[in-house]
Design a protein around this ligand. Structure first.
Ligand code: WTA
Length: 670
């Protein structure tokens, strides 16, 4: 296994033609982006269309210090633009109209299609006109709960065409989670599909939306219009037959509309709504450590520049490349690196609906071979799941088109890195381990292909314009080697601007711990060569297969069960998921702790949050280790989950006898 000192140099062939072909060139550009952001980003901004020109005197202003007043960040204030115009009309004007924007690859290998830039613009305009005809206008929120299909991209861009703010919710969240998010952003419209196959599993999307909309109505919020794509009848079900499930989809009169009943006859031209650079573009919920999801808000101009620039340099995208990001469109990776970044560069991408395991465990590699993919971007959890299978599943495919392999979502363990590098990349690809967050909008720490000597497991160095700092507990900057809180001392164009409707929470969550810095909630270490290694969350967040959730969120769902008086959740390392949920449950005497209770609790979490949040272990805890002030000591619970008796100092515990009891109570399956 590689050590911290192991370095892999970029392949000469990758470096030779790369946008940035040496580490010296990276350093020079980085310094310029820090010393003179106006010039650096101003040059990039010239490639895009601004209806109201950029005012260079007000190019970039911010305050990160709560002691000096409200936190804000503004880029290109006063300039106006439209994102869909830049992603579509501008590219078509530049001669890319007939270029493929997306190859769509269905869950079943028999299903596939493609869409050019010109056709995408027509479809976007059609749907934008439909939205307008239903009264949706600039500033309105539109909830989107969609599978990985072309209409998802069309719906997103149609919102941006008319200045509506899209709010996607990953179509793996439960109806409860979805309704909570619809209510929070007061969405007027909802866009979904009848259903989707993922592998052999069927997901009844519209019926989940119906439950969510019912819940909203009970809470006084009525979704006015719900558009439904009829997807099932055009795809092949796992059994090999077409499904007639669409016929069974209940539609509510006056609210629900089939996409195909209104979109085809709408006009293919729609004048873009010119938006202020700092107008909201979209919001996306991420877990908050208090349990209530946070509506991360991104704005227009800066996000466009940042999505475009990170995409170009981090994936070293060239005009004839085919790029594939496997992330779901409902997560930030899907927003920035399935939709906005690639389209801003007139790229050709693969949009894949299914799973890595269907119909066989080599589907990813088959798709890479089929489309001759040059850049492949996925998550460590997928890599770990796939490396369990025999090598021949990879090696029987021609993967020679690959040049850049990306990783995102959690720290990649060196073992997975090596497998990715050697077996998938044939030791000739650059691996980009991209560290970023829903909040950062785009990559903030990452190696660059062709330029950065790679260390397996290190997110390495900051992207242009990003200034990372490591702080100790007292808020002092750590120079040179060391480990601390990962924070940023200034904003880059694509960073979040606020939490929807809750600027106070934005300031307290991200800026109050260390005045003057944006706090990521992650820890990091800087090694002797200056490389940054992200060590994981320092707050009460869990990262299960790249899905971030908070302990509080799961605990509050568990305590909803009538038999539970208290619950504590910690992360336990897991070989494939990275982390899994280990839950401690104190019953209230009304029910017994037994297998049935465990099943019920797992079911509640699935229903209330989503299947991805299902706990792996649920243990009975007659008492929980607490400090005298009543705070649960999670540090100790993490040790119990690991069965590691080296628990350190327990002098602050109110009752230390519970610890032995909990070790003794560990379920055999744990
Ligand atoms: C973690 C996903 C280490 C981190 C884009 C962060 C990572 C959280 C990496 C954000 C990486 C993401 N190395 N950790 N390359 N990428 N993370 O908002 O803890 O879903 O704070 O955004 O994932 O998750 P989010």
């Amino acid at each position: 296994m590689p050590s911290e000192k192991t370095v892999y140099l970029p392949d000469k062939n990758v470096a030779k033609n790369a946008h940035i072909s040496s580490f010296a060139q990276y350093k020079e550009m980085y310094q310029q982006s820090i010393d003179n952001p106006e010039e650096f980003w101003g040059e990039i901004a010239k490639q895009f269309h601004w209806e109201n020109p950029i005012n260079y005197d007000k190019f970039f202003t911010f305050n990160f210090d709560v002691c000096k007043g409200p936190i804000y960040t503004k880029w290109l204030d006063g300039a106006t633009t439209n994102i869909s115009y830049n992603l579509l009309d501008r590219n078509i004007r530049n001669g890319h109209g007939d270029k493929i924007a997306f190859y769509w690859e269905g869950n079943h290998p028999d299903d596939y299609s493609r869409l050019t830039y010109k056709k995408l613009l027509e479809e976007v305009c059609r749907f934008a006109n439909v939205l307008k005809s239903k009264g949706i206008k600039r500033g309105d929120r539109v909830a989107i709960y969609m599978p990985m299909i072309l209409e998802s991209v069309i719906a997103i861009l149609a919102c941006t065409r008319i200045g509506a703010v899209h709010s996607l919710v990953f179509a793996g969240f439960s109806a409860d989670s979805f309704s909570e998010r619809i209510i929070d952003c007061q969405a007027r419209a909802l866009i979904t599909a009848d259903g989707v196959w993922r592998g052999e599993k069927y997901l009844a999307l519209k019926s989940i939306c119906d439950q969510a909309m019912d819940k909203c109505a009970k809470n006084g919020h009525n979704v006015e219009v719900c558009f439904v794509v009829s997807h099932l009848e055009r795809v092949t079900a796992p059994s090999g037959v077409q499904s007639n499930q669409s016929n069974k989809t209940p539609m509510q009169d006056g609210r629900d509309i089939w996409w195909h009943d209104v979109v085809p006859q709408a006009s293919t031209s729609c004048y873009p709504e010119w938006m202020q650079s700092e107008d909201p573009l979209f919001m996306l919920y991420t877990s908050g450590s208090t349990g209530k999801p946070k509506g991360v808000l991104h704005t227009t101009g800066g996000y466009l520049l940042y999505a475009a620039t990170t995409f170009k340099y981090v994936f070293d995208y060239k005009p004839n490349d085919v790029y594939w990001c496997t992330a779901d469109i409902g997560w930030i990776t899907g927003h920035t690196y399935v939709v906005y970044g690639p389209l801003a560069n007139a790229a050709t991408s693969v949009l894949y609906e299914g799973t890595p395991f269907y119909p066989q465990n080599d589907r990813f590699w088959g798709v890479v071979e089929k489309y001759k993919v040059n850049q492949f971007y996925t998550a460590p959890t997928a890599i770990r799941a796939l490396m369990k299978f025999e090598d021949s599943l990879v090696t029987r495919h021609d993967l020679s088109s690959l040049r850049v392999l990306g990783s995102v979502g959690e720290p990649i363990n060196p073992e997975a890195w090596m497998w990715y590098y050697k077996l998938v990349g044939g030791e000739k690809c650059s691996i980009v381990d991209t560290f970023w967050q829903t909040e950062t909008g785009g990559h903030v720490l990452t190696p660059l292909p062709g330029a950065t000597p790679m260390k397996p497991g290190a997110a390495s160095f900051p992207f242009f314009g990003v200034q990372p700092v490591l702080l100790d507990e007292s808020g002092k900057e750590i120079q040179g080697e060391g480990e601390g809180y990962l924070v940023f001392s200034r904003p880059w164009p694509g960073m979040m601007r606020s939490l929807y409707n809750n600027h106070d929470r934005y300031e307290t969550t991200y800026f109050s711990k260390f005045p003057g810095y944006y706090c990521t909630g992650d820890g990091a270490r800087r090694d002797a060569d200056g490389y940054l290694w992200v060590t994981g969350r320092v707050d009460d967040m869990l990262n299960v297969s790249g899905h971030l959730m908070s302990t509080a969120e799961v605990e509050s769902v568990l305590t909803e069960h009538r038999g539970v008086s208290e619950a504590a959740v910690v992360a336990k390392p897991h070989p494939v998921k990275g982390e899994c949920l280990y839950c401690f449950i104190t019953t209230n005497g009304q029910v017994e702790f037994n297998a049935q209770l465990v099943t019920e609790l797992k079911k509640i979490v699935r229903e209330r949050i989503g299947p991805f949040a299902q706990p792996d272990v649920i243990q009975s805890a007659p008492g929980l280790p607490k400090t005298r002030s009543g705070k649960i000591m999670r540090r100790i619970l993490r040790k119990i989950a690991l069965n590691d008796r080296d628990i350190g100092d327990i002098s602050s515990l109110a009752d230390s006898s519970v610890v032995d009891q909990l070790f003794a109570n560990r379920p055999i399956s744990a």
